[in-house]
Design a protein around this ligand. Structure first.
Ligand SMILES: [Zn+2]
Length: 560
């Protein structure tokens, strides 16, 4: 007897092929049969009535390494159609880690991934030191989604160099020790090795994350160690100073795929990301497997004027830095200060996080009920209605609410034509959700639903079968995840049942369910009717189920 029969679904099989209508039967966690009008005896029958059925989404860029130790449901991802998560991206892992380095590791995560130190201290269960022990802990506690874990370069460096990890290059002997740890981790079941060379990645007090201190010899030695057993994917969040040519060399020496993050479109330097993608294409023509991680979401950040991250990099903002309360309010109200900010925003700049795009700044939440009508509206719109300058409109609203107003700014990746061509690039992968990190700034765990709703349905920028392929089989093939990413008889029953006419992600909202009651942003799924991991129902139209099974598999064997 089968466990589940889904009848009359529009089957999008993950290969990119045109959909067919048919039935799908599940037994013992696997797809037992697919076909038109299956005659089966099943414990449960769902009439899909034309709804779309696809393999579950594979999220290739998450930071659930810490969260998974206290939340095996990795909220909010399963409710958003994700059935497999790759953890350890950018090399910001928590294993291997000696007890003496735990505090430093947590403090670094606080800075680089925007995690609260209190949450990490209360939340992380540290029943491990080595990478193999970390995997054993994950296996013992179970998870709602399938997992694949990178071993992280910054953790390896801290293990071998201690406090020097963030200060200097490694000696040949230290590099050899790190290479040994990479081989051990690969043998224990790592999906690959992750690193970062991005200047944006700083630990506590602004010191660089350890992997940023690595020289080319170290990067090459570690990827060769990874590839020695014939497996593994290398991922790196690349700084501008790390050329694609070095990554091509790393791929050539290791004969392994190299994933490059974070390819986001910057309106102030609009060609940069396409230059990287062109270099990636050229490397592929020479037979190397390089792939660029791109995002289908604008990089947006929530902020208040008490701590406005998007504008704090402006030199004209300096008078407002380091002051608080009445002194800060006085600066923000000063017409001279405002004129200086306006002048700086009007001048061209090579790189600037915020560029005076007031139509991309919105009011999220007011504190004074009399201002409620301003919520969800753009500063450009509000200013035009009031016949005032946008900076004045934003600052005066914030001052009227004692700086409590929450705004959101779209900073990067908001040029939709540019993003559409990045998403459709032959050597890009739709990724960069950063799920599990930056929990109070943004939440893109629903990136897959956003691709299906916004880019496929609303903009027609991609065909539905191709979008499904890019969310499923493309990742499964690249990582060599056996038996996943396609609707095929014998494959794992990782399934997402959804309505293409309504699928998407709902508005952001704040919930207070982290350890100690700390807040995080989340979004609800739209148009999702069911999510199954290895045949177990984890989410339905109401979200994560109370009885969601911890049926995820910790994957430790990869093909190809
Ligand atoms: Zn990351």
């Amino acid at each position: 007897m089968d466990d589940l029969l889904i009848r009359s679904a529009t089957l999008l099989d993950g290969s990119g092929a045109e959909p067919t209508v048919g039935d799908l039967a599940v037994r013992n966690g696997r797809i037992r049969a697919i076909g038109p009008s299956l005659k089966v005896d099943s414990r449960q029958v769902i009439d899909a009535d034309g709804l779309a059925l696809m393999p579950g989404i594979i999220d290739s860029h998450t930071h659930f390494d810490a969260q998974i130790t206290w939340d095996p449901y990795v909220r909010p991802s399963p409710a958003l159609g994700v059935t497999t998560a790759v953890i350890g991206n950018c090399g910001f892992t928590i294993a291997p880690c000696r007890p003496a380095d735990r505090e430093l590791t947590m403090r670094n995560l606080t800075q680089v991934e925007g995690m609260s130190l209190d949450v990490l201290r209360q939340g992380i269960r540290w029943n491990f030191e080595t990478f193999a022990e970390y995997l054993a802990q994950l296996r013992a506690s179970g998870s709602a989604v399938n997992l694949a874990a990178y071993v992280g370069h910054s953790s390896l460096r801290t293990w071998v160099l201690g406090a020097d990890a963030a200060r200097r290059e490694a000696t040949p002997d230290e590099i050899a020790q790190m290479a040994g740890l990479v081989r051990e981790a690969m043998a224990a079941g790592a999906v690959g090795l992750a690193s970062s060379t991005s200047p944006a990645h700083n630990g506590e007090g602004g010191v660089p994350m350890p992997s940023r201190l690595a020289n080319d010899a170290e990067h090459l030695a570690l990827i060769e160690a990874m590839g020695q057993a014939g497996g593994g994917v290398y991922m790196v969040t690349k700084g501008g100073q790390m050329p694609v040519s070095l990554l091509e060399e790393m791929s050539a020496r290791s004969k392994r795929p190299v994933m490059i993050a974070a390819l986001l479109h910057n309106p102030m330097n609009p060609q940069a990301v396409f230059k990287d993608l062109d270099a990636i294409s050229a490397a592929n023509q020479r037979g190397r497997r390089l792939i660029g991680q791109v995002s289908c979401c604008p990089l947006t950040m929530d902020f208040t004027l008490a701590s406005p991250y998007p504008v704090e990099g402006l030199s004209s903002w300096k008078p407002a830095l380091g002051v608080q309360g009445a002194a800060l309010r006085a600066v923000l109200g000063d017409p001279t200060f405002r004129d200086a900010v306006r002048a700086e925003l009007a001048a061209p700049a090579v790189f600037r996080l915020f560029n005076g795009e007031w139509d991309k700044v919105h009011v999220v939440e007011v504190t004074d009920p009399r201002h409620r009508a301003l919520e969800q509206r753009s500063i450009a719109e509000i200013a035009a209605e009031q016949g005032r300058d946008p900076l004045d409109a934003m600052l005066d609203l914030a001052l009227a609410e004692d700086l409590g107003t929450t705004f959101v700014a779209q900073l990067l990746n908001s040029d939709e034509e540019a993003v559409a061509s990045m998403l459709n690039h032959p050597h890009s992968i739709v990724s960069l959700s950063d799920a599990g990190a930056h929990l109070t700034f943004f939440t893109d765990a629903g990136f897959g639903l956003h691709l299906l709703g916004h880019w496929v349905r609303e903009r027609g920028a991609m065909a539905l079968p191709e979008a499904v392929r890019r969310l499923t089989h493309q990742s499964a093939a690249l990582f060599g995840m056996p038996g996943r990413g396609l609707l095929r008889e014998g494959h794992a029953a990782d399934l997402l049942l959804f309505d293409p006419a309504t699928v998407g992600r709902g508005p952001k909202r704040r919930v207070f369910d982290l350890p100690g009651g700390a807040p995080r942003l989340t979004t609800d799924a739209l148009g999702v009717h069911g999510v199954w991991v290895n045949g177990g129902l984890v989410a339905d139209a109401k979200g994560l189920r109370d009885d969601a099974a911890l049926a995820g598999e910790l994957m430790t064997r990869f093909e190809g």
